[in-house]
Design a protein around this ligand. Structure first.
Ligand SMILES: [Zn+2]
Length: 237
């Protein structure tokens, strides 16, 4: 992909997150590794209107430490305060090339209600079920992840998993590409919403039966990412 295509992909990803209700306000950002010390990330600008209205012009090349990744990249723009959240995941996770950070209300509410992200469904959402079955850990601090010390704590809590919840804050999601990181975040949000609905209806959350879990076919990582991503783009307002 060209830089222009990657900037557009990140902008689309921001709009998908907002359209899916993973960003109640204007906050949140998506990043993509470019090389060993630079990433493309949604930045803050004077004309910024929030995640739902992100354009490719909002996406800039910066170093892992927040400097301009090329001449003029940050003229009139600033990297997000939580850039260390992105760069620390990219520094420490060779299996990850893209990072999503968002503040999904349902994810925050479910965690505060004591509901963990568990494999409560089966064929309803197989990738989501398998993601939940593998574990979605919680970073128990509601802090702004604004430096490497706090980002390191978050990465430790993440424990190599695709998604970590940030208590009283939101989530951080990782993937081999932007699409995977966004789809992982959406899957966790969907389970959080279902969990809250079941609990509100007086139900009890129970993990999928082990025999049923074993019956779920392994379709391979990224099996339907192409279709899922086209669907997300098509449903954008
Ligand atoms: Zn945040």
């Amino acid at each position: 992909m060209t830089f222009a295509e990657e900037r557009q992909l990140i902008a689309d990803a921001c709009r998908v997150l907002a359209a899916r209700g993973l960003a109640s306000g204007y906050l949140g950002h998506v990043s993509l590794r470019v090389d060993e010390d630079r990433l493309l990330v949604r930045c803050r600008g004077r004309q910024e209107r929030g995640l739902a209205w992100t354009t490719a012009a909002d996406v800039h090349l910066v170093t892992f430490d927040g400097g301009p990744g090329a001449v003029g990249e940050l003229d009139g723009w600033t990297p997000p305060n939580e850039l260390p959240l992105h760069s620390e995941v990219l520094r420490t996770r060779g299996d990850v090339d893209a990072v999503v950070h968002a503040h999904p209300p349902a994810v925050v509410a479910a965690d505060l209600a004591g509901l963990r992200i568990r494999p409560i469904v089966g064929a309803y959402d197989m990738p989501g079920t398998k993601l939940a079955a593998g574990g979605v850990p919680v970073y128990p601090r509601g802090v702004l992840v604004r430096d490497r010390r706090l980002a390191g704590e978050m990465v430790t809590a993440m424990a190599g998993r695709p998604v970590v919840l940030l208590r009283g804050h939101g989530l951080t999601s990782a993937g081999t590409g932007v699409q995977e990181a966004v789809l992982n975040a959406i899957a966790v949000d969907q389970i959080a919403q279902l969990s809250l609905t079941v609990a509100a209806a007086g139900g009890t959350l129970v993990d999928l039966d082990a025999a049923d879990m074993a019956e779920l076919p392994d379709l391979g990582a990224g099996f339907n990412h192409g279709t899922a991503w086209r669907h997300e783009l098509a449903r954008l307002p």
